[in-house]
Design a protein around this ligand. Sequence first.
Ligand code: SF4
Ligand code: SF4
Length: 434
Amino acid sequence: MTKHISVKQQAETHLLEAAKEFQKCMQCGKCRSVCPVFKEMGNELYVARGKNKLAEKLVSGDIQITQRVKDAVNECLNCKTCSANCPAGVSPEHVVLRLRWYITTQEGLGFFKALIFRQLVWRKWPITLGALLIGVAQRALFGIGPKNPVRYLFPLFGFSKRRFFPQMALRSAQSQYPEVIPAKNGPAKGRIGYFTGCAGNLIYTNVVKSVVDILTGYGYEVVIPKKQKCNGTPVLANGDYEGAKMLMEHNFNLFQQYDLDAIVVACSSCGMALKKEIKLFIDDSRELQAFTKKVYDINEFIEKNLDIKEEDLGRLPYKVSYHDPCHMVRGQGISEQPRKLLKMIPGVEFKEMKDAAVCCGSAGSYCITHYDTAIKINNHKVKNIQDAEVDYVATGCPTCVMHIQDNLQQHESGEKVRFVVEMLADSLRAGKTI
Ligand code: SF4
Ligand code: SF4
């Protein structure tokens, strides 16, 4: 008979796992030199080495959960820069996620987080309706320009009044398509599942259109399962392991029901969740291995599988740089493919920016809960973009797009941030291929 393990017992086990990382730590301090948060805050507790120590001291009972402990645990972007540079192979971001889970099981999630996360888990419509209402309000209140007095209301909702938000879509992407979208120009050469992610569905709907147009235009049938839900990463990052588990299991079971050759995502965090984080929640099996092997970032899929010829592409006369999202470059090891796609486009002058792979500070909900630090971190990114002298910054993560565009506008800088796949689709449309 399987012994029932309570959530608290599971969290304690994970805390013990987190503390084990401390044993590996050589105290070399390398993480101090690379951590974007430490660079801005200069607090040892906010760096990986300090967080490892916190886990060890919580396990030994030397410290209790205090506000200082919670602040330190929450000061992390999950950017994976420390683990990518740690000579001892310590994985501090996993320490942080486990600490957050442990603290959540001891103290609860808090009213607003619990309310939002449970909607993500149980039903989609309140989030979809909320996004629509915000979209209507954004348009009715004459946009969200710098002089709009509506900005003074932002702090009531916990947002800085300096902030520029993207416009929410008036119609979700998923509602614009049937569940199965046939290949254009003949029989399908494959059946591709598309995990749109919440941002693609509710904000960046042009990205969904770009993915669908490119894949169907190159002969694939595209399936967008209507019942897909959030990938679970934002929930996991806030310490709600139970919620994350439910979401990961739901999406895993749902996508299994379609006979898919591959599953694509156009969001770096969705990709990392479906390829890697899902393994934290679902027992290893042949089905899980087959599932994770099928998941591709859209840049990766296009570069590997689509035979895009020079004559397919129309000219886009722009100077373009690329920002590496953390969950793409360190989370999935993807950096060459999006650059290759951009360089293929006729007229594009690709200019590499300094520190392209350094975190932009967005980190999902971090740029909501820790906006001032997130902007300080992003100021370096904006400076590097300005120095690159480009028209566009291309990337592959919705929160990077949101955060970099916000700060560029605050600096009254004219560069626009777009997804690589949107620019590629524009070029293919200009070439009358899709
Ligand atoms: S880089 Fe790794 S080994 Fe060195 S102090 Fe940081 S966590 Fe410890
Ligand atoms: S994941 Fe990033 S922000 Fe978090 S401790 Fe490591 S380097 Fe710092």
